[in-house]
Design a protein around this ligand. Structure first.
Ligand code: VG1
Ligand code: CO
Length: 544
């Protein structure tokens, strides 16, 4: 086996977004496209020679082919050892868990998360650093800059390896270990949660649950944990076999894309608890019987109940949420007397807070919750956390949420996505907002007085790095907010995200329908940003 150096030319579009480099599969299949990006990663690292890397993905189309290339390039770039999930399967939180557990130098995650998969759909590559979390902006910037100057890559000339059989072998000087995708992750979950209590709860005959893996990566994890370890009946996990095209669906756990689960949970004879995860297993949606929990409320409720589960018995150091996430968790943090950090969108911003011990739990409105157990958001972790709380409290999802609102008030919340809009128009819309920022303060719009209007910028309290232009915020004197930002994970056109929040203290008004309760703020957003006019759409594509 020999190592070859292949001449190549840069591609101009290899700038990582909110969560790695995401493109259509045919883009990745262009000559040297994947190789360029992987070599740019290796060229940007220092000290990976002889070290361990973790490699795996969500099983989507092109996962296996990409892993073959990455292994041969790792061998040619002096990596010492690669841990790869069997069949190339590793969920994003499992990669994070493995990097930490085996003190790896870093990891490469192959996923486009909740985006569809298939020969003409999306693929993605993300680099995670030695704390197990997504590479911070300094690293992704270095990778991009390298990709713009790259002129060659190194690869080992070798036959493809067998990813399906557990065990270790040599690939040139590289040791490859094909490991069980689930074992280490499941052990971590068992350490954090009271599995005996959850098992009793699930086998008591009093509750029925339904876990939907949407044909994506969590299938093998969920079957091992819920059906085999916790003895939930066979069939509890549906769509539990990862498919390269996710069965043709969007593996996105929200009310629109997880429609089968939603139908079950809102139908006659609905189970007591339902949950879904996304393509790479880092997101979660929590449902009760005829009841949807917004991710922002879910975060607040996990924080408020954290000491009821073993892993967080001693309390939380602090919490963090992304800027567009509702302020529900702020209220809980205030009551607990702990710090609450507000970061830009994307899990990479939580890493320093978790590493420094300033935050224990974190969350995003986009169905992402997690803690310091790994450095990624973690879908099954959130589902187990909810079940553990329910088992302790012996209450339903709706009862736990109603009780939470009665204590803290309700932060009525919704996100409206306008997907696949024209990029120029989307940028014009944001520019239009930026131009107005100076004049909005003090104005009263439909009875709401503007307290502040700005373009969110964040200074990392640990390393002092500054991230600007992270979303337009309009805050009102009663605590309500409207936030606008453009997605950094899409692969086609632009996606405008509009986030709406209003606080309601009065328990007699907690059961209001969300969109009706936010109607005035929706109108204000359209008036200020001219959404309908500029996007040419009279309604959002997805409301969550
Ligand atoms: C979206 C979400 C963000 C999340 C990111 C990655 O980003 O809004 O909260 O961290 O996806 O999640 P954007 O830039 O499209 O709004 V995942 O599950 O794709 O790794
Ligand atoms: Co994801």
């Amino acid at each position: 086996m020999s190592i070859t150096t292949v001449a190549t030319q840069p591609y101009s579009d290899q700038k990582p977004g909110t969560s790695g480099l995401r493109k259509k599969v045919p883009t990745f299949q262009q000559p040297n496209y994947l190789e360029n990006f992987i070599q740019s990663i290796f060229d940007s690292l220092e000290g990976h020679q002889g070290a361990t890397l973790v490699v795996g993905g969500d099983g989507r189309y092109y996962n296996r082919q990409a892993i073959q290339v990455i292994l041969k390039m790792a061998a040619a770039n002096d990596v010492g050892r690669v841990l790869v999930g069997q069949g190339g399967i590793l969920s994003t939180p499992a990669v994070s868990c493995l990097i930490r557990k085996y003190q790896a130098f870093g990891g490469i995650v192959l996923s486009a998360s909740h985006n569809p998969g298939g020969p003409n759909e999306d693929f993605g590559v993300k680099y995670n650093v030695s704390n197990g979390g997504p590479a911070p902006e300094g690293v992704t910037k270095a990778i991009f800059e390298r990709s713009q100057a790259i002129d060659s890559y190194r690869i080992l000339e070798a036959e493809d390896v067998n990813l399906d059989q557990l065990g270790a072998f040599q690939l040139g000087n590289l040791r490859v270990e094909v490991i069980d995708s689930v074992t280490d992750y499941a052990a971590l979950m068992e350490f954090l949660f009271d599995f005996d209590q959850i098992q009793q709860f699930l086998t008591s005959g009093k509750v029925r649950i339904c876990i939907d893996s949407l044909h994506a990566v969590t299938g093998p994890y969920a079957k091992a944990i819920f059906e085999r370890r916790l003895n939930a009946p066979a069939g509890t996990v549906r769509n539990g076999t990862p498919l390269e095209d996710f069965g043709g669906g969007h593996p996105d756990p929200n009310l629109v894309y997880a429609h089968d689960l939603v139908e079950t949970m809102f139908g006659d004879d609905a189970p007591d608890f339902g949950a879904a995860s996304d393509g790479d297993g880092d997101r979660n949606m929590i449902l009760g019987r005829h009841f949807f929990v917004t991710p922002s409320d879910s975060l607040a409720i996990l924080v408020a109940n954290a000491t009821r589960v073993p892993g967080y018995r001693t309390g939380l150091a602090g919490v963090a949420r992304s800027m567009p996430t509702s302020q529900a968790v702020d209220r809980v943090a205030e009551k607990l007397g702990i710090d609450c950090y507000e970061t830009p969108t994307g899990w990479k911003f939580f890493g320093n807070l978790l590493d420094a011990g300033r935050a224990t739990l974190c969350g995003e409105e986009s169905f992402g919750t997690g803690s310091n157990h790994v450095r990624e958001k973690d879908g099954l972790w959130a589902i187990l956390f909810w079940l553990n709380i329910m088992a302790v409290r012996q209450q339903s999802v709706a009862e736990i949420v109603a009780d939470h609102w009665a204590t803290y008030g309700r932060n009525i919340y919704s996100r409206h996505d306008y997907e696949g809009i024209d990029t120029d128009r989307a940028e014009a819309l944001i520019r239009g907002l930026q131009d107005q920022l100076g004049g909005l303060k003090g104005q009263t719009l439909r009875g709401y007085e503007v307290a502040y209007a700005d373009d969110f910028s964040y200074t990392d309290p640990v390393d002092g790095s500054v991230s600007t232009h992270q979303g337009i915020r309009i805050g009102f004197t009663d605590g309500s907010r409207i936030v606008f930002r453009l997605s950094g994970t899409g692969t086609q056109g632009a996606t405008l995200r509009l986030y709406l929040e209003r606080y309601e203290a009065d328990p007699s008004r907690h059961q209001q329908e969300t969109q009706a309760a936010l109607a005035d703020l929706i109108q204000i957003a359209d008036q200020v940003a001219r959404i309908q006019e500029l996007t040419g759409r009279d309604q959002p594509t997805v409301i969550t």
